[in-house]
Design a protein around this ligand. Structure first.
Ligand code: ZN
Length: 393
């Protein structure tokens, strides 16, 4: 025992300082400092007790009592660094949000967050938070991938040396979506009493285009046209449940007939009132009510659309048809077979998706930026990548 203590002491004298776990020996401290440090020590700690033994022996060797201020003063100071924990970890569409806090007694200057590197399995520093608690948003994540995090506190002492706390247990999180079953209880909802399957991101945010992420097995679709708010919600029918899969901004008209209809026919191009021509037309009623793209002034021409009509999408302004962007009309044309149920309503209660927002077009932009057959025009004019970004959902 004595030999061991001597060894430790001589090492302490040689290097001035030893850091063993949380035991800290400083040979240059004054007696007063030493007293303060000793008082602050956690007497329950075994390490602290052995520290006392070193100091006593040190005094004995020097032949002077330590507390009288001898030439050899052994100052042992234990720095206990706080524990930290990852309070919550919240994946969203494109990031993971970590909330961190510290707990218990001890010193702390900040928190170091580590992320496990997939390729090597090694922990790398993701961020240093110079606070006792805080949050970190990791935007370097991909969909359908898992990530591991851990953290520990650090304390920078007056001499600029770092001391570290324990690592908290690692937390693993997957960036993905999950199903949420929701029974609609709002009597003013067009889907009142129905059971919906909603897809959500980890933070609860609704997925507005779940087919981007998951394959949805649908027997058929049902389309709800909101005449009061000027948008369409498309639901996939999954047995007795409905899965909202798309929403489209639209322009119905005052003459658009309320009620439940079954689609009757589809046309790639069709002559409409005016005369004018629309693409991806789906007939809703026998008296000439259709879903169709923004009309063109020339037959089968995708570059002579009415810019005004496009910019009015989202208002009630048609003669009765339900105008849509080209991409929306095409989706209905491609996915909803003849006989699809169309519910036209003017209810203002719960609907899973909000009305989509799209950008406006300048007067010269006489084609629909969502029209896949007109994309080359946007490319040529180097215009409206904003439009495709905003409109293409
Ligand atoms: Zn464009």
């Amino acid at each position: 025992m004595r030999l061991f203590i001597r060894k430790v002491l001589s090492a302490a004298l040689a290097s001035t300082m030893i850091l063993t776990g949380s035991l800290f020996i400083n040979t240059n401290a004054s007696a007063a400092e030493r007293k303060t440090a000793r008082a602050a020590e956690d007497s329950k700690s075994a390490v602290a007790v052995s520290g006392s033994a070193i100091a006593d022996t040190g005094s004995a060797i020097s032949g002077t009592k330590a507390d009288t201020g001898s030439a050899i003063v052994v100052h042992h100071k234990k720095i206990h660094v706080k524990d930290v924990r990852i309070k919550s970890v919240m994946p969203s569409r494109k990031s993971v949000l970590l909330s961190l806090s510290s707990k218990g007694k001890g010193s702390i200057s900040g928190i170091i967050v580590y992320k496990k590197k997939k390729s090597t399995g090694k922990w790398v520093i993701k961020a240093v938070i110079r606070k006792k608690s805080g949050s970190l948003e990791d935007t370097r994540v991909s969909f359908n991938k898992s990530y591991s995090y851990r953290a520990r506190a650090f304390y920078k002492d007056s001499k600029g040396r770092n001391h570290y706390g324990k690592y908290c247990p690692q937390v693993k999180v997957r960036v993905s979506i999950h199903k949420d079953i929701y029974k609609v209880t709002d009597k003013n909802s067009p889907v009142y009493g129905k059971t919906l399957i909603l897809y959500r991101y980890g933070n609860g945010e609704l997925v507005t285009d779940p087919e981007k992420h998951v394959k949805i097995k649908a027997d058929s679709y049902v389309l709800y046209v909101n005449k009061a708010k000027d948008y369409v919600t498309a639901y996939a029918v999954a047995g007795k449940k409905l899965i909202p899969v798309k929403s489209f901004i639209c322009s119905p008209g005052n003459a658009t007939p309320l009620g439940t209809h079954k689609t009757l026919a589809k046309f790639r191009w069709h002559e409409l009132m005016g005369p004018c021509w629309g693409q991806w037309c789906t007939r809703i009623t026998n008296n000439g009510i259709y879903f169709h793209s923004i009309f063109s002034s020339k037959p089968n021409s995708n570059s002579t659309i009415s810019v005004r009509a496009y910019n009015n999408l989202g208002t009630t302004c048609s003669h009765g048809c339900v105008r849509l962007t080209a991409a929306s009309a095409k989706w209905i044309y491609d996915n909803c077979k003849v006989g699809t149920t169309v519910v036209i309503h003017s209810k203002t209660g719960y609907e899973p998706f909000k009305k989509p927002v799209i950008g406006k077009l300048p007067a010269w932009h006489t084609w629909d930026p969502t029209d896949p057959t007109a994309q080359k025009l946007c490319k040529k004019h180097k215009c409206h990548s904003y439009a495709t970004k905003k409109i293409k959902k």
